[in-house]
Design a protein around this ligand. Sequence first.
Ligand SMILES: NC(=O)C[C@H](N)C(=O)O
Length: 487
Amino acid sequence: MFQKSLAELAKGLKAGEFTSRELTQHYLQRIEDLDEELNSFITVCPELALEQADAADAAIAAGTSGPLTGLPIAHKDLFCTQGVKTSCASKMLDNFIAPYESTVTANLRSAGMVMLGKTNMDEFAMGGSNENSFYGPAHNPWDVNLVPGGSSGGSAVAVAARLAPVATGTDTGGSIRQPAAFCGITGIKPTYGRVSRWGMVAFASSLDQAGPMAQTAEDCAMVLNAMAGHDHRDSTCMDQPVDDYTAKLGNSIKGLKIGLPKEYFEGLSEAMSTKVRAAVAELEKQGAIVKEISLPNTKLAIPTYYVLAPAEASTNLSRFDGVRFGYRCEDPVDLEDMYKRTRGEGFGKEVQRRIMIGTYALSAGYYDAYYNKALKTRRLLSNDFAQALKEVDVIAGPTAPTAAYEIGTQSKDPVSMYLADIFTLGVNLAGLPGISVPCGFIDEMPVGLQLIGRHFDESTLLNIGHQYQQTTDWHKQCPDMAQEENN
Ligand SMILES: NC(=O)C[C@H](N)C(=O)O
């Protein structure tokens, strides 16, 4: 049963092959059996899940169900969920139970989805390996000695190991797409403003965006249908009609123009370049027209992001002060001591590093040299994409420069970790949608093809992903521990 995609499970539920309770029990059992080794969940909520499953079964029986009713989902642990811990994988929020529900989780709940639990991540979404978690690293199910990517690492692991058919993630600079690539699943970061950020704990507010992670592009389309839409509680959420993403999956890609940025292939390993070019050739076979393009400012993406994101983080995270909620240090001698020790003890190293970088970049003497300059280079990067997307419909390239690496090998060197974000950061800086689709293996580890589209054109990305998955089977491959015969 767990091998099935979300779309297949939806059909099975509708046909009465199993109930939502049975399906939910099945996944809860898999989590119990396998997650000790994988560490993909921070919180599992069996009682709540079964209660929601029973309600879904009642709705199905009453004929009031929708396309997602009764299907299980896992949420990244930075979406506020009323009554269920929301930790952001930080000691700072280890005791935090949100008094309200995020719009994303509320939308999926009202679509009838069943919440299995909350997934592991890099602390406050800062990282690309899931090693920066207060709860310890999540492990890649293809090889448990390797990282699953991050920051939405737990969500990617849960889907890849078939502990959940779908999960939510968030992406500030690649946090949906890169772990999707490392774990061999599909993940889409929608256009900035497509999905509400209300109740999503903020990291960098001009970049953060939520999206689905699943086995297939079709599954992502189903879930994005319920996630996307206007929300007056998030002033950056756009009041723009939402496409029916599943309705547009059947379109032919004949004549579609795909651009390959030459900068994305300069210095790229032969192995990765071959995989990406083979995937693009497959799309060409289906009628797409491929041409080389240029994104001349690509090399500015890392310095720009790693000034702006920490700057925004330093202000967003100032709310964690030990006063109103979250961690508070023991026996402070005075207010200053409480602030200092609460933040020193409650935040992990990477979070502290970013707060310091961000505070420095925003400080009076350096604001123009760093923050203001980064805003200008952000504009150059956006202009590159805007120009390219006049010439082509979508841009294709690798999601990340490498496949997953061994736990512990990069965590000592934050800069080398930052450099690995080269292909994903620009997409957030320009507010564009991007999808990662599994496109093969390097040394037995999955890698992803990234497709970048025009603002609000998630439909085209999901359709290309879907068409690609009609003639390839990379997305169907799963790690040994998720093989039917082993369970
Ligand atoms: N949050 C993200 O989207 C991932 C990025 N690697 C970061 O650490 O900022």
